[in-house]
Write a protein that binds this ligand. Sequence first.
Ligand code: 5GP
Ligand code: MG
Ligand code: MG
Length: 181
Amino acid sequence: MHKDIEKILYSEQDIKNIVKRLAKEIEKDYNGKDFIMVGLLKGCVSFMVDLMREVNLDFSIDFLAVSSYGNSTVSSGRVNIQKDISTSVDGKHILIVEDIVDSGRTLAFISQYLYAKNATSVKICTLFNKPDRRVTDIDVAYVGSVIPDAFIVGYGLDYAERYRNLPYVGVLKESVYSQDT
Ligand code: 5GP
Ligand code: MG
Ligand code: MG
């Protein structure tokens, strides 16, 4: 285990089981549909790579990178698009792949953005959900696991751009935060 990790919350095997379950749900709902799986960079990377290989359907993939303006505690809900999706979403079903839904502001913005570009439907698949922290009313169709209000890292999720490469998900030691403040 990495020296900065206090505790593992989801092991590699836990995550594999979650991904398999989500893939089955997606297969059932998207069978016969023309859809694009759109990952939100960079947090989606591990999840997207594993999920797309478990979904046994024909679909295309794309990526979107966004950043919130300013600091998250004073986030206005305005989101800056850093890398736009490279294919047309007009008339397509879109499945957004996200690491974690927290306030929901990012996804509320992205859903509106994709509908404005004429997507037929926009659904969200998130590995983790923190419903207690929600400030917008968004519908999350596929949820891997519901977590309490704790800050987690690993499997794509970062703290100051680190720990994304960990194959498991865990909580950081308190000392890591206090060093940085
Ligand atoms: P929101 O739903 O507030 O618009 O933004 C969610 C984003 O905040 C996630 O995609 C993720 O980048 C970040 N985030 C929220 N909770 C956590 C967490 O527990 N750990 C990490 N590493 N990032 C988080
Ligand atoms: Mg994210
Ligand atoms: Mg981050």
